[in-house]
Design a protein around this ligand. Structure first.
Ligand code: SAH
Length: 458
């Protein structure tokens, strides 16, 4: 391999994409990331940064554009940090996502014997999000609402995000007017001054209930009554208004404390014949259309006969738990967020489901405890956040030996790590089904069925 140096100019073909959406090509077998290039492009690049085993190239010229390119439907997708794949045909996006899952399973999980199913995509991969988080800023004395620019906290103004429910276009425009007309102050990250930090919306897809959360820098809220009145008048669609207080300098959008300013303080959404309370701080799947397909797979893989005890770990507001409960003897849900566990308990009551128990705490602490007390699961469903399952949980799971494990994951690399552990301890991966919950972005969700095969692999 010839030595590659900073400043070298080379031509390369982009044959893959990294998780940040940069194109990946090779020069004599050496991996180069190229921002702005997509799979299928041929580009001339200048090497601008080198690490031990890979480097970064800056595009000098496009030699040939990829046949997979499409014109982005969004005018700010090049700047905005939200979407990475809007300029790639949807079928190609799905292929890339499948490849990401296959590569991770092989590379990290050492799992190559199983053929990964094609990704379950959407008919129209736009306007699918039920939750929006808009940072609020100010430019030339006027309110700016949009999204953070890639790798920065500059706000890219966005009047119509094509991933969001259409109602957000109106909410953003109305909120800008209200801020300007009533002189609401806007948070400045540098000085820590100014009131309004973010606007968060949650939409009940099937019920049309809408929650508007105003994230503020402190509890004191000048002109609160006038502002609430103005919101209600301008936006009769909004069914509840919440003030969420985030005094921290950390990057998380929401703080721990929420105050209901108007309406019920929660929204209700439904899926099939089940209804859910959703509070400001509780997790809820952001793509309700694909959620239905994901949960159908979860139920299919759980393959319940009605006699089983099922553990639903990382259960959120109990959405999967309630569907599982209808087909099993008992469901035990475990969830760390206090608001979500409260919602889960209320959701069981709301749906008159009596065979669920919800435990508040970390799955890796609660499940070993339950196991010690003699609880056993026939089927375990896990749906952890990006960092995957804690090894203490995986260890207890293999001791408990449920017949089936259904693993739902939003991060193929931690998924692969955890499957490896389970495969080394008596489980076999039977089916891998990616589901596209996040069209236009590099994110990929997968659902996996594993079964116990009795012997511990050495
Ligand atoms: N299964 C649910 C929620 C999945 S999101 C659904 O489909 O809606 C992951 C959830 O795990 C979040 O609600 C988060 O609060 C919770 N969580 C994160 N870390 C956890 C841990 N260590 N133990 C239990 N729950 C955890």
């Amino acid at each position: 391999m010839k030595e590659i140096k900073i400043g070298d100019i080379s031509e390369l073909h982009i044959d893959d994409m990294g998780h940040t959406g940069a194109g990946i090509g090779k020069i004599d077998g050496f991996t180069v990331f190229v921002e702005g290039a997509v799979v299928g492009d041929t580009v001339q690049v200048k090497i601008v940064e080198l690490k031990k085993s890979y480097g970064f190239g800056k595009i000098i010229e496009f030699i040939e554009h990829s046949p997979h390119r499409v014109e982005s439907e969004c005018s700010v997708s090049d700047l905005c940090g939200g979407c990475q794949l809007q300029n790639i045909k949807y079928e190609e996006q799905l292929k890339l996502k499948k490849k990401m899952v296959v590569d991770n399973l092989e590379r990290i999980g050492g799992i190559s014997s199983i053929s990964v199913n094609d990704v379950i995509g959407m008919e129209t991969p736009f306007r699918y999000r039920n939750k929006a988080q808009f940072p609020v800023g100010q430019k030339n004395g006027k309110a700016v609402i949009g999204f953070y620019q890639k790798k920065s906290h500059e706000i890219v103004e966005c009047e119509s995000c094509i991933l969001q429910h259409k109602i957000n276009d109106k909410i953003v425009s109305d909120m800008k007017q209200i801020i300007d007309e009533l002189g609401m102050t806007v948070y400045d990250e540098k000085t820590g001054k100014g009131l309004l930090r973010h606007i968060v919306t949650k939409v009940g897809w099937h019920t049309h209930e809408i929650m508007l959360i105003l994230v503020t820098n402190k509890k004191a809220f000048p002109d609160k009554e006038i502002i609430i009145q103005e919101i209600i008048e301008k936006m009769p669609e909004v069914t509840t208004i919440i003030q969420n207080i985030n005094t921290g300098k950390n990057p998380s959008v929401l703080g721990e404390k929420s105050i209901t300013l108007y309406g019920k303080g929660y929204i209700i959404d439904s899926l099939k014949d089940v209804q859910f309370y959703i509070s400001p701080l509780s997790f809820y799947q952001i793509n309700p259309i694909q959620m239905e397909k994901l949960y159908s797979k979860a139920l299919e893989y759980a393959d319940l006969k009605g006699t089983e005890t099922v553990f639903d770990l990382y259960s959120g507001i109990g959405t999967i738990s309630l569907f599982l409960a209808k087909q099993s003897k008992k469901v035990i849900g475990v969830e760390m967020a206090p608001s979500a566990i409260k919602d889960a308990i209320k959701n069981a009551e709301l749906n008159k489901i009596t065979n669920t128990e919800f435990y508040h705490g970390k799955a890796e602490e609660v499940v070993p405890q339950l196991y010690k007390q003699g609880e056993r699961a026939d089927v375990v469903v896990v749906d952890p956040p990006r960092k995957g399952c804690d090894e203490r949980l995986l260890k207890t799971m293999v001791e408990m030996k449920p017949e089936r494990i259904v693993y739902i994951s939003c991060n193929p690399s931690t998924l692969a790590r955890d499957l490896k552990y389970l495969e080394e301890n008596g489980y076999k991966t039977k089916e891998v089904q990616p589901v596209d919950m996040f069209g236009g972005t590099m994110h990929v969700e997968s659902i996996i069925l594993m079964t116990y095969c009795g012997s511990k692999k050495k």
